[in-house]
Design a protein around this ligand. Structure first.
Ligand code: HEM
Ligand code: HEM
Length: 183
């Protein structure tokens, strides 16, 4: 099940990178929104993310059961382990808000965008922060799951690129908020 989870997350990462860059461009007004290709890609990613979330929660429940049975709780030693799980749970909440904000609505043949005010901005910045924590604490484990060797600074290079992309995505949410305020 761990291997299946690793394959799933690798797929999610590819879709996510495309989704994040494309979505950033839409919010910055550099490309048109509401594309059906984007929608398809987003919902495919959502299904995979839900599967990944469910598998990860099941793996965690199993680990907790073993911990209870053996009485060995390595809570302190497992700070990173729990950071991954806490950021994953935060993602369930903030991703749900993301989808609710952006799924749009069809009314009388018109496509209506969801309102994007200060509350929505805060929830989306929190999603970006949770993604940042989740991805930076999981990259090493994904690399090990695929048996990749760390030649040079592969892991830290990936972390740097992810941090930069997420910072840009966060800025795009702010730009989108400002665009809502000025119209
Ligand atoms: C639905 C909400 C999510 C939850 C509850 C969740 C939870 C988790 C947990 C508990 C792990 C650790 C698994 C382990 O150590 O065996 C994990 C790993 C991972 N997650 Fe998530 N996650 C979620 C969403 C996401 C999203 C949206 C992405 C990508 C954008 C992502 C990317 C990853 C990656 C790359 C790993 C490392 C996989 C590995 O080591 O095999 N997760 N997740
Ligand atoms: C920093 C990260 C992200 C950015 C910048 C972003 C950006 C966007 C934008 C701008 C839209 C609306 C686009 C349009 O309607 O034209 C959107 C929609 C959507 N996003 Fe994201 N997103 C991010 C992360 C995520 C994550 C982690 C998920 C779930 C796995 C997700 C799932 C969706 C879904 C399901 C839609 C609705 C698509 C539709 O109704 O057509 N997004 N996103």
């Amino acid at each position: 099940m761990r291997k299946a989870n690793a394959v799933l997350t690798a797929l999610i990462m590819v879709l996510f990178l495309v989704h994040m860059v494309w979505g950033g461009l839409v919010m910055a007004g550099m490309t048109a929104g509401g594309s059906s290709a984007y929608s398809l890609l987003s919902y495919a990613m959502l299904v995979l993310a839900a599967l990944h979330g469910a598998i990860s929660l099941k793996l965690t429940a199993d680990a907790l059961k073993i911990m209870k049975r053996t009485g060995a709780s390595y809570l302190k030693e497992n700070r990173i382990y729990w950071t991954r799980r806490i950021s994953g749970i935060a993602l369930i909440l903030f991703m749900t808000m993301h989808v609710l904000i952006f799924r749009g609505e069809e009314a009388g043949g018109m496509y209506l965008l969801g309102y994007f005010g200060a509350g929505q901005l805060v929830s989306q910045i929190l999603m970006v922060v949770s993604l940042l924590v989740h991805l930076l604490t999981n990259i090493r484990s994904l690399k090990i799951a695929f048996g990749l060797e760390d030649k040079g600074n592969f892991r830290t290079d990936v972390c740097l690129v992810l941090a930069l992309l997420l910072l840009l995505a966060g800025l795009c949410f702010v730009v989108y908020y400002i665009r809502w305020q000025v119209v």
